[in-house]
Design a protein around this ligand. Sequence first.
Ligand SMILES: [Fe+2]
Ligand SMILES: [Fe+2]
Length: 144
Amino acid sequence: MKPTSILDIMVKDHGKIITLLNDVEKNMNNDVLSMMKAFDSFEWALEKHIFTEEKAIYTSYNPVNIREGYKMVPELVQDHNELLNRLRVMRFDILKKHRCDFEGFKCSLLDHKTFEEEQLYPRLDEELTNEQKLMIVSRIKEIV
Ligand SMILES: [Fe+2]
Ligand SMILES: [Fe+2]
């Protein structure tokens, strides 16, 4: 049996989020209603994803390398807070038909995603027991 991989599950969820983000980009020059519809779907998926990471995954992380590991989680949570704040600003800008910094937002989101996929999730898969991972996976499935 293939060992449980948090990385595989979260890469799939990242994929969904990027597809929804691309939909927002495609609707950028459309009417406000179509744009907001795409934005709402993206925002909901990202908020759920962030909730899952913070409540079901990051909390289970007991890093082997304590100094490095415990620094990583607060930095990732800070990224989340910044991304969520920028989402609120973008929502306002779209509604008011102001220019929004979509490219800047996309860059930060992709950087965050790459860090999780290259650093955090492989480390979690390596350091957690299969039992711990199964517990996390069942929680993830309740949310996403
Ligand atoms: Fe994240
Ligand atoms: Fe993520």
